[in-house]
Design a protein around this ligand. Structure first.
Ligand SMILES: [Ca+2]
Length: 367
């Protein structure tokens, strides 16, 4: 809570294979200091009847006791039909609600920029896993997860390690804790993995993420190519067969490795370095959807704070041609879900916090 470049450069550091070590609408959840209200916009769908106004949260601070919604404008005559914007959490927020209605100009009122933390919505009925990272003591590995740190499920995982993935009571969306991923070493992963139910071919994932390093809208450096926050993995304890979401050449996007996947990136080069982005040090709601119900038409979609930021629905959405085994690029990927941080960019170090993960067969939502 993301230009044009040379098209066929290697997706990764040419000296490093990926698998080789050497290497809530805006739902920021804030805690602490007061946040600022967001601006709501009002639009008229016709000149005579309906006014709708949708609150859009803008940037937020980390904290918020009380955000106030700003006034919308330009309500027109007619029936107010506004949608209350989410003043979720943090100090963000407010938003506009109803274009009011009578006779003359409609009005838009600032919505609730409530200072209290808004808990995420309950998981949908077909959710099969949720973790608010409240179980276990701060500084310990979350229960039910396997670590994948320094390319090993057996690596040390303590607060003094250069890479760790541990519960943290210093920040959270829900409750008092989140999971904190810390990485300092080049290309070294600080990650947790968890098996998916056998037979999964559609996955919706919702998680709140705060990253110290901005993701998206960054000029790709050399060898900057991709950073992973969330992934699907084909084989336990193997980072060489994955579909990843994070940053790809300075833009929010996907990267994949494995047979015929060719370290492909999405978006295409024309969008490398472009927005949207994950602003740093801010909680963002990330929603991913992966569908392989028709293996000939796999799809991956990513949304941030309720806005779709990237879709891959065709092999031509990848920046390089795929091999034969890559044509059905989601085949075999639904064995594990991976959370954390791994960077093939420069600098690679980062601190990432995540909270309120839900895995489901249907959309989950942010607020
Ligand atoms: Ca929590």
């Amino acid at each position: 809570m993301t230009l044009a470049f040379v098209a066929l450069v290697s997706a990764c550091n040419p000296d490093l294979a990926d698998g080789e070590p050497s290497f809530p609408v805006m739902n920021a959840q804030g805690f602490g200091a007061a946040g600022s209200g967001a601006v709501s916009t009002a639009s008229s769908t016709s000149s005579s009847s309906t006014t709708s106004s949708t609150g859009v949260s803008s940037s937020q601070t980390n904290g918020g006791s009380l955000g106030s919604g700003a006034a919308g404008s330009n309500g027109s005559t007619g029936t107010g039909n506004g949608t209350g914007g989410a003043g979720n959490t943090t100090g963000n927020g407010g938003s506009g609600s109803a274009g009011a209605a009578t006779g003359g100009g409609g009005t838009t009122s600032g919505g609730a920029g409530a200072g209290s933390v808004q808990e995420p919505p309950p998981p949908p009925a077909d959710a099969f896993f949720a973790d608010d990272f409240e179980n276990g003591a701060s500084g310990t590995q979350p229960e039910g997860w396997t670590r994948w740190i320094n390319y090993s499920t057996n690596a040390s995982n303590t607060p003094s390690d250069p890479q760790f993935a541990l519960l943290d009571d210093q920040d959270s969306v829900s409750g008092n804790q989140s999971v904190h991923f810390h990485a300092t070493g080049n290309t070294q992963p600080a990650m947790l993995t968890r098996a998916l139910p056998p037979g999964t071919n559609r996955l919706h994932l919702r998680v709140f993420v705060k990253t110290s390093v901005q993701q998206g809208s960054r000029t790709p450096d050399n060898p900057s190519n991709h950073d992973t926050l969330i992934a699907l993995r084909a084989t336990p304890n193997d980072g060489n067969f994955e579909l990843r979401f994070g940053e790809a050449k300075g833009a929010l996007g996907f990267n994949m490795v494995g047979p015929g996947r060719n370290d492909a990136l999405a978006p295409l080069p024309a969008l490398w370095g472009s927005a949207p982005l994950l602003s740093p040090d801010t909680w963002h709601c990330i929603e991913l959807e992966f569908s392989n119900e028709d293996p000939d038409r796999p799809e991956a979609h990513a949304s941030v704070d309720g806005q779709l930021v990237r879709s891959v629905t065709s092999t031509s959405d990848w920046h390089v041609p795929l091999g034969q085994d890559g044509q059905r690029w989601l085949n075999g990927m639904f064995n594990e879900v991976v959370l954390g941080w791994q960077s093939f960019s420069n600098p690679p170090a980062n601190d990432v916090w995540m909270d309120d993960l839900v895995l489901s067969g249907s959309p989950i939502g942010c607020d």
